[in-house]
Design a binder for this molecule. Structure first.
Ligand code: SF4
Length: 728
């Protein structure tokens, strides 16, 4: 699965008055054009209402060369246009919208002033050919002048967007030369976050009309799509193959720079994504002001096209994640990011909001005490989850590995099981979930009894000893339905162990009944144990942010305790690698450990890393899949946090892949979970690690780690051992 990004933005064409005369441009005017402050405020209110995260400030170049514009700027209290742009950016920041400015060629001083109030800036290089017909009358379209401006932005540490125009009369080799020139500047300063490959499309002239209004109308679907216009004599037709080659050149020359393709200017954005383009640009809620008759395709349509091909269309900010730090952003801008968009800040192991200090000095003592099974303080646990120093992480690994060896020995266990998600209809709407669907969704399903029986029979034929059964929170199902699924399963497979119904499902089916009665009825129907899912992070603050309709921590604990009191064992899970902070995971582990010390009912701890791709949380909060290294570090921290309370820690191959799960056997893991046979929850969130493994795959993983394997049952009874083969 690969992420393809876009920015949810809104365009403010603050002034279209321009000193240049580029022949391809229908945006610029040589009359006076400037929005008054009250209009700007109204536009920004609209941007905020429409959920924009970015304000794209587009303007003509040096509009104050027009005396009337200069006079109006004076009237508004601004000495020059840059001052007025800065004012508009400040008003955007007040509303929590991040400005990205593109004012044409700016001086060093102008760039510096804009840096104080913008998250990023941009300037197209366009071409390295200094003699293009289209640029006659436009002094700042000289490549040297533009490269100087792009270089100055690098000196000032401004996250920057540039790119080339294709088909404006340049020779094919000049396109590559332009990309080489950009790569050279980027090589010096590292400030290019993306390169735009923009094909020229001819526009009508908009005399007397306002492109912003045409664009907004087109974007709202109130206007006919523009008819293709004939190419002017100075322009060249561009083929898909030529664009593909440019994507390849970009990748070769600037592998760490995003490649942006405007999706409204051609039908070839999809093949170009397949070629390696990474970004579809700013999809303005109020349309494309440069090409106003070309509305942006709807986000959900593009997502539907991309998803089956293995791409997840997700939002980014106008400033790319690697620049979200004080070296690249003014504090005032960073403050807005931290207040509004902190989940876009890459996880660097130490918590993104940084509102709780990580006590690194506690780490060594915490690791030693955890190795001895002692409970750790919240600060010590936070230090484990927030650790970034490689040596300290290696100490954590070794301690976790030793603890695993002491508690679970060398045996690597797994269970032959089958997941059955009976229905994905769900009324809860958790932001991290790609599985649950509204009843009317075309993707909603509900197995018939016949289909359910078939799946149970298939599981038995496969040799499964367990069926793990979880579903969405179906609005029509009562306890009788949940009992019925258990009975049907037992009817088909009397010997099979039914591991079923998350605490959220139990909460839903319970109604007014006492929990003891509920578990009594479910046990009578065949329930064997309970998955400790729906735990996510056992901290109500996190739960309110990612699943506000889900049961609170207190209720989750109450249900699990009731299950244990009824004699049912359960697993316990954590879902990490999303918006949670280290201290919130510390709280999760406190809750888990204390519950286990009270009941002893947990069979195993299952860390589940968040799969972001097809979830609301992943699409809109900039959350990337947790790295393998961070995943392993967390695994060790979970083992250490549990001490001797829960002997078994599982690695989820569905979430992290079998390769990483095998490596996790050195990080405190002793169990590789189940064969699953089908898996909808991670798959629908975009997991690419498959849904089914053969027992031989799991045995092979254990042996690859030099450890014996064993098939176990749900409650850790060993069924069959597989010793490490002796080399011939
Ligand atoms: S996580 Fe469970 S409860 Fe939440 S939306 Fe998904 S299926 Fe429904």
């Amino acid at each position: 699965m690969r992420r393809v990004t876009f920015s949810r933005n809104y365009t403010l064409s603050l002034s279209r008055t321009c000193r240049c005369y580029c022949k391809y441009c229908a945006f610029a005017t040589h009359r006076a054009h400037l929005y008054a402050p009250a209009e700007v405020e109204r536009i920004l209110d609209d941007a905020a209402r429409r959920g924009a995260k970015e304000l794209l400030v587009l303007t003509g170049e040096k509009p104050e060369v027009h005396p009337e514009v200069a006079a109006r700027l004076t009237e508004y209290g601004h000495a020059d246009f840059t001052s007025y742009v800065a004012w508009a950016c400040e008003r955007a920041l007040d509303r929590g919208i991040l400005p990205h400015t593109n004012l044409g060629v700016c001086t060093l001083d102008e760039l510096r002033r804009l840096r104080e109030v913008t998250a990023s800036q941009g300037l197209m290089l366009e071409s390295v050919n200094p003699d293009l017909t289209v640029h006659q009358g436009s002094p700042t379209k000289q490549p040297g002048v533009r490269l100087d401006a792009i270089r100055m932005a690098g000196e000032l540490r401004i996250p920057f967007t540039s790119g080339i125009l294709v088909g404006i009369g340049e020779a094919p080799e000049e396109r590559v030369a332009a990309l080489e020139a950009l790569a050279a500047v980027h090589g010096e300063y590292g400030h290019l976050q993306e390169a735009i490959l923009q094909n020229f499309v001819p526009h009508p002239r908009y005399y007397g009309a306002e492109p912003a209004e045409i664009a907004d109308e087109a974007q709202r679907g109130h206007r006919e799509a523009g008819k293709p216009l004939p190419l002017p004599t100075w322009a060249d037709p561009i083929s898909l193959d030529e664009m593909r080659a440019l994507v390849r050149h970009c990748r070769r020359l600037m592998p760490d720079v995003g490649i942006q393709i405007p999706p409204n200017l051609s039908d070839w954005w999809l093949p170009l994504v397949e070629e390696g383009a990474t970004d579809l640009g700013g999809l303005s809620a109020n349309g494309d002001h440069i090409s106003p008759e070309h509305p942006f395709p709807r986000v959900h349509r593009m997502r539907k096209v991309l998803a089956p091909r293995g791409y997840a269309l997700t939002e980014r900010l106008c400033v790319y994640p690697q620049y979200l730090e004080p070296r690249w952003l003014e504090q005032g801008v960073l403050d807005v990011v931290k207040a509004r968009y902190w989940s876009f800040i890459p996880r660097r192991g130490s918590g993104r909001r940084g509102n709780r200090p990580i006590r690194r000095d506690l780490l060594n003592g915490a690791v030693a005490r955890a190795r001895d099974g002692a409970p750790l303080s919240p600060d010590e646990l936070t230090a484990l989850f927030g650790e970034t120093r490689p040596d300290a992480i290696e100490d954590m690994r070794q301690a976790a590995d030793e603890l695993r060896s002491e508690l679970a020995g060398e045996l690597v266990t797994f269970v032959v099981n089958r997941n059955i998600n009976v229905s994905n209809v769900c009324i809860v709407g958790c932001a991290f979930c790609g599985f649950g669907q509204g009843r009317r969704s075309p993707d909603a399903y509900e197995h018939s009894e016949e289909e359910f029986r078939r799946r149970v029979r298939e599981a038995v034929e496969f040799g499964a000893t367990e069926i793990c059964m979880q579903s969405g929170i179906h609005p029509d199902w009562t306890i009788a339905d949940y009992e019925r699924w258990l009975r049907v399963a037992k009817d088909e497979a009397p010997a099979i162990h039914l591991h079923a119904y998350s605490p959220m499902e139990i909460d839903h089916l319970t109604g007014e009944l006492p929990l003891a009665e509920v578990f009594g009825r479910l046990q009578a129907a065949g329930l064997g144990s309970v998955p400790g899912t729906a735990a996510e992070v056992l901290h109500d603050g996190v739960r309110e942010r990612i699943s506000p309709n889900k049961l609170p921590v207190r209720r989750w604990v109450e249900i699990i305790e009731a299950a244990h009191a009824a004699g049912l064992r359960s697993t316990v899970t954590v879902m990490f690698g999303h918006i949670e902070e280290p201290w919130e995971l510390a709280e999760h582990m406190r809750v888990v450990r204390e519950l286990q010390e009270r009941t002893g009912g947990f069979t195993e701890f299952v860390p589940l890393s968040f799969i972001p791709f097809h979830t609301l949380l992943g699409r809109t909060h900039g959350i990337e899949e947790i790295s393998r290294d961070e995943n392993l570090k967390h695994t060790a921290a979970f083992r250490l946090a549990l001490g001797r309370t829960v002997p078994s820690v599982q690695a989820s191959w569905v979430k992290m892949g079998l390769d990483a799960a095998t490596e996790a056997l050195r990080w405190g893991v002793n169990d590789l979970g189940g064969t699953l046979m089908e898996e909808s929850i991670s798959r629908m969130a975009g997991s690419y690690h498959g849904v089914r493994l053969e027992p031989d795959d799991l045995i092979g993983a254990a042996h690859a780690a030099g450890r014996p394997a064993a098939e176990r049952d749900t409650l850790y009874g060993i069924r069959r051992r597989y010793e490490v083969p002796v080399a011939a």
